[in-house]
Write a protein that binds this ligand. Structure first.
Ligand code: FMN
Ligand code: SF4
Ligand code: SF4
Length: 260
């Protein structure tokens, strides 16, 4: 795992016109104006990049980051919010997949969506484990564990009343990505971003919670996945081209909202 927030923001003061935009938006209170020119107080900042993003000139650069791909941002508010909300409501968990591989550039876009999700203190601590050669072996081990648990009896577990087929966990989908992080919310948010990205690329997605159950209870699986001790497995995401079509949006309970 990379050590977070170790890189340094560099300032090319000569290009500064003293507008103060970066100072106002600096979460770390790291920047100040001195005689109309920006200066840094300390060399520790969360590397959020807001100064880089807001500056009208190219004053800031970051050691340790590849900035060759940073493009002009678009405004998400330019998207039609009704279409976005209907798209979110139309998302369904997918459990039927076509036997069709996912191109590498599509996988890359999905991971990019996760990479750009926010993380607490900008730790960027999300770890994406893409199951490739080991996918089938991992599913086999996990399925065997689940069948043994079912045979023993596991009170209250819904898999007790399910048929545990060989593809019970990954549903025959071609791609599985495990997300882990030190702060579980970081990988949780990244998972949501990746799901929507994958949907927009025509893919179906399933969170395999049963896989997480096995992971939490089967030391052999933890060893196979080689997660660093400090990381929690937050989600197991299954991706593939759907072999099912939904004709209407499902009903849901009213939102549980408390006004205080
Ligand atoms: C954290 C999490 C774990 C889940 N685990 C499983 C699973 O192991 N197997 C499965 O078939 N569905 C799983 N699901 C899918 C849920 O059953 C599904 O989201 C729910 O029934 C609502 O359906 P929808 O996603 O189509 O709206 C999981 C969903 C979440 C969010
Ligand atoms: S990266 Fe963020 S915290 Fe660091 S100097 Fe720039 S705006 Fe401030
Ligand atoms: S935003 Fe850029 S130009 Fe404006 S004060 Fe900061 S460094 Fe100087």
């Amino acid at each position: 795992m990379r050590e977070a927030n170790k890189n340094i923001v560099l300032i090319d003061s000569e290009k500064c016109i003293g507008c103060g935009s970066c100072v106002r938006d600096c979460v770390g209170e790291h920047l100040y104006l001195d005689g109309g020119v920006v200066r840094a107080k300390t060399d520790s900042c969360p590397e959020c990049g807001h100064c880089y993003a807001v500056c009208p000139n190219e004053v800031f650069s970051f050691i340790g980051y590849d900035t060759s791909e940073t493009l002009c941002p678009i405004k998400l508010s330019d998207l039609d919010p009704e279409i976005l909300l209907t798209g979110i409501k139309s998302r369904r968990s997918c459990r039927q997949y076509r036997n069709e591989p996912i191109p590498d550039d599509v996988v890359k876009m999905i991971v990019e969506a996760g990479r750009y999700a926010p993380t607490a203190s900008n730790k960027q601590d999300v770890h994406f484990s893409i199951l490739k050669e080991k996918k089938d072996e991992i599913e086999k081990t996990a399925v065997e564990f689940l069948r043994a648990k079912k045979a023993q009896g596991a009170n209250g577990q819904t898999f007790m009343i399910r048929t545990i087929t060989d593809s019970f966990l990954f549903k025959g989908a071609p791609l599985v990505i495990l997300l882990s992080s030190v702060n579980p919310l970081d990988a949780g948010i990244a998972s949501g971003y990746m799901e929507l990205m994958a949907n927009s690329l025509g893919l179906g997605v399933l969170y395999s919670g049963y896989f997480q159950y096995v992971f939490a209870n089967c030391p052999e699986l933890r060893e196979m996945i080689e997660l660093p001790e400090e990381e929690s497995l937050v989600s197991c995401m299954v991706f593939g081209y759907p072999d099912v079509e939904y004709r209407r949006i499902v009903p849901r309970y009213e939102a549980n909202v408390t006004l205080l």
